[in-house]
Design a protein around this ligand. Structure first.
Ligand code: FEO
Ligand code: CA
Ligand code: CA
Ligand code: CA
Length: 597
């Protein structure tokens, strides 16, 4: 039987077959267009991209590298005018520069890399043909590693955040490794600083045992860094600026409506390798922010505000709502299975009750200046959150990536991307919430949460992989009809409440893609691939609107042995061009609704 046929609204399309094309391949009947590429002008007056003559001054004004999270922030109700906000997660210098010498980068190359990080905001209009066009606008903005941020919340000003450049511990230059994110209900953008540790040098020089333990728990290790930034700014050298690394690993918030606004780092949401953060508004108006710490055996967190959201789109309401994430309680999740441990055999075989499921609790870590963790001040909980969470018996997960509330059914969905070490010697054994040894393909967790409370119920919606593999589960749906899916990373929802999942690192020897799956009704678990991205790329930042889908295509051609001198992809420009990370829009040829025919 062919995948496809009649489906619930939003997912009625013919699935794209797994492939290894150097192209974006969409479902039949859909059209695509590149919206913006690495190097394209962003700020008014920015120069055109010139791969062979890059400068930091140009990159400061152009679209950054490795676009991950993307969001379309509507400027009105028409759907035609949106601000496209995009994260630039990290730089891949061997792909950015011809003849790049990893041992001896030039100062200009390093400064280009600083400017290629951060975020871009660009004003877009829908085109007559259905595509999305970037237009010059006063909204257009680059945020880079040189942009001033304000640290806010209970740990702002802490001694652990002070440096020689910032004795107040409240002003940080820039953001980096911004992975996933979300739009808040008040129209701002949240974004997670993820693998920030990789840019810091000389952790080995620190000898104080407490400091060493904290560095190690965050993966800060070694002498020189891979990118050698410490040669050009001492803030990347822990031997000279031991606190600079404490100023990364936060959830940031930016107001794309005000290009002059100072972005915020919210200390109340804790410091870890935030994949992203996403907000649900509770019935009483308080807001709940969910966030995953993307590392093998790390945790899922939530933050519950004390203040209540002001409704409406006014600048006044937005200013109030931008303080909500500074005052509240931070929790970490513990998941308990309801099947006997003996039935979790590590293969992915369902227990006798027919589900990987159970209950759970949110364990409080800190609230304002009060710590709930013995041996930790509140400030230490916020800044060394991983170590605090270790103390309270949180559940070690298989790399929690994006976690977001479903706007239709209210449940929370988290992608657990994979964990090659699950069940290996010295590591945590499989449990009902992470049921496979050496989890290669990941799974998707569904949480029914008492938003402002401390109890939850959970179930695994998907145990990913090749549906022909017995150790997979597709919400109970007929596995002969679903698309293979591996390494879920980002999640999004269409207006019908269908879950859309993008993947990173497909371990089934085909390209990454974007998938749609109903989560309620008879087709719950019917996973279908909507598009695939070029070989070596990761699919991220999906946005699904009624008549438009956008995805970020990150690091096309990033394969072993590939480099600018030996490119493995020529997407999107074709010929013998260098690959460029880009955002792509997809729409129906006949202008109709996505996933409806
Ligand atoms: Fe940057 Fe967790 O992916
Ligand atoms: Ca069970
Ligand atoms: Ca990710
Ligand atoms: Ca990932």
């Amino acid at each position: 039987r062919r995948p496809g046929g009649r489906a619930v609204p939003g997912t009625d399309f013919t699935a794209v077959a797994p492939n290894t094309e150097d192209a974006v391949v969409t479902a039949e009947g859909y059209e695509q267009g590149v919206v913006i590429r690495w190097g394209d002008p962003v700020v008014p007056g920015a120069p055109e991209f010139d791969f062979n003559n890059q400068t930091a001054a140009a990159q400061e004004q152009q679209f950054g590298y490795n676009n991950d999270f993307a969001e379309l922030v509507p400027l009105d109700g028409s759907g035609k005018r949106n601000l496209l906000v995009v994260n630039h997660e990290y730089t891949t210098e061997t792909h950015m520069f011809l003849g790049y010498d990893e041992e001896n980068p030039t100062e200009e190359q390093v400064r280009i890399a600083w400017a290629a990080h951060g975020l871009s905001v660009v004003y877009t209009e829908r085109e007559r043909n259905g595509g999305l066009k970037v237009r010059p606008s006063h909204y257009n903005r680059r945020i880079t590693l040189n942009t001033p941020f304000e640290m806010r919340g209970p740990a702002a000003g802490s001694d652990h955040l002070k440096t020689s450049a910032d004795p107040t511990g409240t002003k940080v230059l820039g953001t980096q490794n911004n992975c996933a994110g979300s739009m808040t209900p008040w129209g701002t953008i949240l974004s997670g600083e993820e693998n920030f540790n990789q840019y810091f040098a000389n952790a080995d020089s620190i000898t104080d045992p407490k400091a060493k333990e904290r560095l190690a728990r965050y993966g800060l290790k070694g002498a020189t860094s891979n990118r050698k930034w410490e040669r050009f700014d001492k803030r990347w050298d822990l031997a000279q600026e031991p606190n600079e690394a404490n100023r990364f690993g936060w959830v940031i918030e930016i107001d794309p409506h005000d290009p002059n606004s100072t972005p915020i780092k919210h200390t109340a949401l804790g410091r870890f390798k935030h994949e992203g953060a996403a907000v649900k508004v509770a019935e009483d108006g308080r807001v709940v922010a969910y966030s995953g710490d993307d590392e093998r055996f790390d945790y899922i967190y939530k933050f519950v505000s004390n203040g209540k959201m002001k409704r409406g789109k006014s600048a006044h309401a937005r200013r109030h709502n931008m303080t909500l994430l500074d005052d509240g309680t931070l929790y970490v999740a513990k998941f308990t299975g309801n099947s006997p441990e003996s039935e979790i055999d590590g293969t992915g075989k369902l227990p006798s009750d027919g589900a990987f499921d159970g209950t759970g609790e949110w364990i409080p870590l800190a609230s304002g200046n009060k710590s709930f963790v013995p041996g930790f001040t509140a400030e230490e909980v916020y800044i060394f959150t991983r170590l605090a969470a270790d103390k309270v018996g949180a559940t070690k997960m298989d790399r929690p990536e994006d976690i977001e509330p479903n706007p239709v059914n209210g449940r929370i969905y988290c992608a657990l991307t994979n964990n090659s070490n699950r069940g290996s010697t010295g590591n945590a054994a499989p449990d009902e919430a992470n049921p496979r040894v050496g989890n290669k393909h990941g799974h998707v967790l569904e949480i029914d949460d008492d938003a402002t409370g401390t109890s939850l119920r959970w179930t695994l919606l998907l145990v990913c992989g090749d549906p022909n593999d017995a150790g997979t589960y597709f919400g109970g749906f007929d596995k002969s009809r679903v698309s293979p899916i591996s390494c879920p990373d980002n999640v999004a929802f269409d207006r019908h409440g269908n879950l859309w999942i993008s993947t990173d690192g497909n371990a089934l020897k085909s390209n990454d893609g974007l998938f749609a799956v109903p989560v309620d009704g008879p087709e719950r678990g019917f996973v279908k691939q909507f598009l695939t991205v070029p070989n070596g790329a990761e699919t991220c930042g999906p946005v699904v609107r009624d008549d438009l889908v956008t995805v970020s295509v990150q690091h096309p051609g990033e394969l072993d042995d590939a480099s600018a001198d030996n490119p493995a992809s020529h997407w999107p420009d074709g010929g013998d061009s260098q690959p460029r990370p880009s955002v792509v829009a997809v729409w129906r040829k006949d202008g109709g609704e996505i996933g409806r025919r």
